[in-house]
Design a protein around this ligand. Structure first.
Ligand code: HEC
Length: 206
């Protein structure tokens, strides 16, 4: 038993380094894909595209989320090109709607199919935002006072829009979902979330 544990520990430790040295996956990606698809036998056909990793996800998996600089630069360039801006040029919507979206984890789960309402952003799952909401996750940094400490600057407002639209344009292999690029949220919903984070009236900045 003890030997088995040691061998397992050795494999866990050596595996990633061996893979990185060769710069190719330790396990055949086709096998991984087949296992993932087999794990969701009742998934509707509309979901099958979600089983396939895009180029960025593949690269992040291959490099265990710490890509070398050249790969990171390529990811950033590719993801940046996917960002679409509002037609009217206004990046800030309604923070009250943004707060509802930040609270809502609705969308893309099995129980949400077929969709019955709009997707949420689930921001509180990873971030602190308003003081009033005491239940929040800590995978991402606290966003309490985010706009205020940045003097509500235009450059930071744009950066927040871009961050929510495509988190990997700012930070390759980020754990934050690419809400706009992956069509989880619409441009208008993202504007409402920008308002929640960046507007002086928002409780995030009170
Ligand atoms: C699954 C976790 C997760 C979710 C959900 C998530 N984020 Fe993030 N977010 C992160 C992480 C982790 C970071 C830190 C930087 C990075 O890795 O990209 C981050 C960074 C940010 C930043 C930049 C912070 C800085 O340091 O400048 C903003 C703004 C942000 N998130 C807003 C949001 C909003 C708004 C939502 C909801 C639409 C959201 N996030 C949902 C994980 C998440």
């Amino acid at each position: 038993m003890r030997n088995l544990a040691l061998v397992t520990a050795a494999l866990v430790l050596v595996g990633p380094f061996a893979a990185r040295a060769a710069d190719k996956p330790a396990v055949d990606p086709a096998k991984v894909d087949a296992a993932v698809i087999a794990a969701f036998p009742t998934a509707p056909p509309e979901w099958h595209s979600r089983f396939v990793q895009d180029e960025t996800m593949k690269e992040c998996s291959l490099h265990e989320n710490s890509p070398p600089k050249a790969v990171a630069d390529a990811i950033q360039k590719r993801e940046r090109a996917r960002i679409e801006y509002p037609a009217d040029g206004k990046l800030v919507g309604d923070w009250k709607e943004g707060e509802k979206l930040a609270q809502s984890g609705y969308g893309l789960r099995f129980t949400d199919y077929p969709p019955r309402r709009v997707n949420g952003g689930n921001c509180y799952a990873c971030h602190q935002l308003t003081k009033a909401e005491v239940s929040y996750g800590t995978i991402g940094p606290s966003l309490l006072g985010y706009g205020k400490v940045r003097n509500f600057s235009e450059a930071d407002t744009k950066a927040v829009y871009e961050k929510i639209y495509d988190a990997q344009a700012a930070y390759p292999c980020s754990n934050m979902p690419r809400f706009g690029a992956n069509k989880v949220l619409t441009v208008d919903q993202i504007k409402d979330l920008v308002a929640l984070v960046m507007s002086p009236e928002s409780p995030v900045n009170k």
